[in-house]
Design a protein around this ligand. Structure first.
Ligand code: NAD
Ligand code: UD1
Length: 338
């Protein structure tokens, strides 16, 4: 029996493949490498000391997905594949709806055809409606998204929960990630954004390595302890382990359930700059800049449902996140591109 990981060559997918192999599972990956490198998978195999099976191709290619189900005995699917850049989704909405929704529709249709109806989906804290009280519980209202990327996550959650309502054989976990950062402690796999990073931690590490001049802190007049935006950063290895916990849960039941994967603690942008210096000794030059459109003051989780139901808790500290992110960047100054 194998776990099919869509988008397994990507940032979170590669760390999850490693945790799956380390927990004794067989892993099959489908990825079109539109935002990743096959090198990540070679390094996962090297770290795990065992191979995985890789299909290079697009999840919207029904014939290929059918072939994967024919050639492998799949026990559960972990579905990471998708486009994820918020700004790009505003300028290229069609591509985001096509890629993120059609991929899920083809995948779930082929799964139903094959009679295998267990799925773990990469959702996001972005599905929660603005204005909900913090910390966010899974019962907080969703929707009112501010960009097409967020809508694709919201719509996919809707599609999957409707599937479960219509057919009691389906078992779906919607994992709502907060802000994944960091890298595997080996420094062999990590986050390798193309172009100028949109997210805070890769911008910090690229500034530290000299690829960027300075960090722009987007907004210093938020209603937070120091005026800068507060988020719930979570180590990517903790996040990957959350998928292994969700796998056991998904395989043993039916229905649709949402879980927050976060630490429950919020840190501001300036907290992150200071934590990075403390963990690595590297000072990050920064300027205070205007707010980024669409940003909120603060966003952090209540992770108690994941703890109680999945038996999972984030264990790594902010210092681990900063140290491991820097270790990856130092060892791979140009990511997998070298
Ligand atoms: P990533 O871009 O590194 O990984 C996504 C992978 O999917 C890439 O390897 C890409 O090549 C592949 N892919 C995209 N479209 C595909 C398609 N049609 N067919 C086959 N492969 C395809 O992103 P990530 O950070 O690892 O995120 C993984 C998932 O988690 C995404 O769905 C993302 O939206 C979600 N998520 C990420 C974050 C985050 O901060 N990184 C936060 C919340 C949710
Ligand atoms: C972003 C996405 C969100 C996605 C999440 C995780 C937007 C509007 N939202 O959220 O949909 O689910 O990533 O991938 O893009 N910051 C700076 N300078 C920078 C970069 C970021 O000050 O150069 C600040 C931001 O204003 C924010 C914090 O750092 O306060 C975190 O930003 P980021 O890493 O982009 O994550 P989110 O805004 O939480």
């Amino acid at each position: 029996m194998s776990i099919l990981v869509t988008g397994g060559a990507g940032y979170i997918g590669s760390h999850t493949c490693l945790e799956l192999l380390m927990s004794g599972r067989e892993v099959v990956v489908i990825d079109n490498l539109c935002n990743s490198s096959e090198k990540s998978l070679a390094r996962v195999e090297e770290l795990a000391g065992k191979p995985l099976k890789f299909y290079r191709g697009d999840l919207r290619d029904r014939a290929l997905v059918q072939t994967i189900f024919r050639e492998n005995d799949i026990e559960c699917v972990i579905h990471f594949a998708g486009l994820k850049a918020v700004g790009e989704s505003v300028s290229m909405p069609w591509s985001y709806y096509d890629n993120n929704l059609n991929a899920t529709l083809v995948l779930t249709d082929v799964m139903a055809e094959a009679g295998m109806k267990k799925l773990i989906f990469s959702s996001s804290a972005t599905v929660y409606s603005a204005g909900s009280p913090m910390p966010l519980k899974e019962t907080a209202p969703t929707g009112g998204c501010t960009n097409p990327y967020g809508w694709t996550k919201f719509m996919t959650e809707q599609i999957l929960s409707d599937l479960c309502r219509a057919d009691p054989e389906w078992s779906v976990c919607l994992l709502r990630y907060f802000n994944p950062i960091g890298a595997h402690e080996s420094g062999r796999i990590g986050e390798d954004p193309r172009g100028i990073p949109n997210n805070l931690m890769p911008y910090i590490t690229q500034t530290a390595i000299g690829r960027r001049e300075k960090l722009s802190v987007f907004g210093s007049d938020y209603r937070t302890h120091d005026g800068t935006g507060v988020r719930d950063y979570i180590h990517v290895v903790d996040l990957a382990r959350g998928h292994v916990a969700a796998l056991e849960y998904t395989c043993g039941r039916t229905g649709c359930e949402a879980f927050n994967l976060g630490t429950g603690t919020g840190y501001s942008v300036l907290d992150m700059v200071h934590a990075f210096r403390k963990a690595t000794g590297v000072e990050i030059p920064y300027v205070l800049a205007p707010r980024r459109p669409g940003d909120v003051d603060e966003c952090y989780s209540d992770p108690s449902k994941s703890r109680e139901v999945l038996g999972w808790t984030a264990e790594k500290s902010l210092e681990d996140m900063c140290r491991d992110a820097w270790n990856w960047q130092k060892r791979n100054p140009m990511g997998y591109g070298e």
